[in-house]
Design a protein around this ligand. Sequence first.
Ligand code: GTP
Ligand code: MG
Length: 195
Amino acid sequence: LFVGDVDFLKGVVAMDGLPPDDRAEVCFAGRSNVGKSSLINALTGRKGLARASNTPGRTQEINYFKLGSERFLVDLPGYGFANAPVAVVAKWQALLKSYLAGRVSLRRAFVLVDFRHGIKPVDDEIMTLLDRSAVTFQVVLTKADKVKAAEQDAILAQVRERLSKHPAAYPEIVVTSSEKGEGIASLRATIAGLA
Ligand code: GTP
Ligand code: MG
């Protein structure tokens, strides 16, 4: 489904720039630098499709990718710390919140959480916004290659405990490494199944 059938559509800086909402879409949200753009590249098998970098705040627009003829993948700017002026960051954050709360064609929000760090207060805030807007969200743990097996269970327990407080949370957690390919096929299948 993904490989060879994906193209960049546009970068959006205001709600009125969003494409028509007649296709199902899924989005990738999460703190700056968590690995949203890298995950899109891993899912699509296209390394430079979404621009990734080690500088938090790399993605500054809502980037739309067409996936086949029926779906959009949406790469979002990060929340939390970013390497950009405060006023600029405030503008993307407002856009991000309007998008997450008000996009009717959004089938699921994937909320990416760095496996090393677990769920932080800013993640909880976004999850609460998704609860209020009744947008189903699913946590994707990223950078699993950076966490030792012995440390994984305690972090998973923290994540499960936090998710239990969020009515819009989908209970299954996806563990991924864009670097190593872990969890990528399973996430592709999940997205393919969201009509
Ligand atoms: P913003 O657009 O700034 O919000 O960041 P982002 O969430 O899109 O993160 P991005 O994909 O740009 O990745 C940030 C950094 O994390 C880059 O240096 C990536 O190479 C690195 N990274 C992403 N995924 C992985 C992973 O699975 N494993 C490891 N080790 N590094 C990763
Ligand atoms: Mg990005």
